[in-house]
Design a binder for this molecule. Sequence first.
Ligand SMILES: Nc1nc2c(ncn2[C@@H]2O[C@H](COP(=O)(O)OP(=O)(O)OP(=O)(O)O)[C@@H](O)[C@H]2O)c(=O)[nH]1
Ligand SMILES: [Zn+2]
Length: 333
Amino acid sequence: MSGRRVYDESDVRVRPNRRGSRPRTKDRPAHLDAVVGMVVAVDRGRWTVLVDDRLVTAMRARELGRTSIVVGDRVALVGDTTGAEGSLARIVRVEERSTLLRRTADDTDPVERVLVANADQLAIVTALADPEPRPRMVDRCLVAAYDAGMDPLLVLTKADLVDPEGFLGRYAPLDVPWVVTRVVDGQVVGLDDVRQRLDGRVSVLVGHSGVGKSTLVNALVPDAARATGDVNAVTGRGRHTSTSAVALELPEGGWVVDTPGVRSFGLAHVDPGRIVHLFPDLEPGTVDCPRGCTHDEDDCGLDAYVAAGHAGPAGEARLESLRRLLRSRTGGD
Ligand SMILES: Nc1nc2c(ncn2[C@@H]2O[C@H](COP(=O)(O)OP(=O)(O)OP(=O)(O)O)[C@@H](O)[C@H]2O)c(=O)[nH]1
Ligand SMILES: [Zn+2]
């Protein structure tokens, strides 16, 4: 053979393997016997994992240290994975996550909490009245959704009390999908639209107390109370003690993750410089901003953009919302 030397066997066989072709134990991937399941609930050091159709209680293996493991995570389990009463498995691995919904206690608190992994939709549940909608909270949730790589969905309840038109006008330029529900004669109307949006997806439901989130979950998951009860029976806790997220399987496929304890959505983990990019209706207006614009200063190009109507009829309110978020994010509000 002429010319340059090409690789031969001696390059490939870096370390001779005297025991033949079988890989040595230490080179094998760890825990080949592990089974993989999805975390459906977490409660004080115990994880409830759905493996096939059994609920398995598990602890975190010591080798994982303080690795966060949250609802929606796919985890590998070893040990007793029968799910029998009193059995305890060990989580030895957390699979790579496709999305991660995070929050902080407030906008300046650096300690971030991972809420849910691998969810693809954030359903923001808002009552059209009683209690009054809180647009700035909705805007905050939208930022959290975009930041997490999740699609937002507006779920507007109590349409029997107020026409949704006014509220929806605010979000028209954003192209956020929405569904509307109302209760008539004790029945939730509009569920088919909701189901269509949730079908086959993993959706996290967030919403303030009293907006009708439980009413909705109970209508979507007919045995939600029982399912939550099962989860709590597995973890050995009382039915209403769980304040963290719980994943409930939809009869038609897909999951809803209820977040009973979530009352705020601190965004300290979102870089302030990125926040304007999470307002897609305003973002194009920043081309006229001076270099390094904070978007909360006199020369900001967004005022003219909004005044010209480019961000729709609610542009003014959205800009105010952005600025409040920027100020609170930097601790200046
Ligand atoms: N008029 C009307 N009332 C509703 C509707 N949905 C729920 N409600 C009522 O609103 C109240 C609050 O509903 P819940 O489902 O408990 O609200 P929640 O968001 O789960 O509130 P928390 O349990 O505090 O977290 C209840 O009295 C419901 O009956 C609706 O579409 N229209
Ligand atoms: Zn600006």
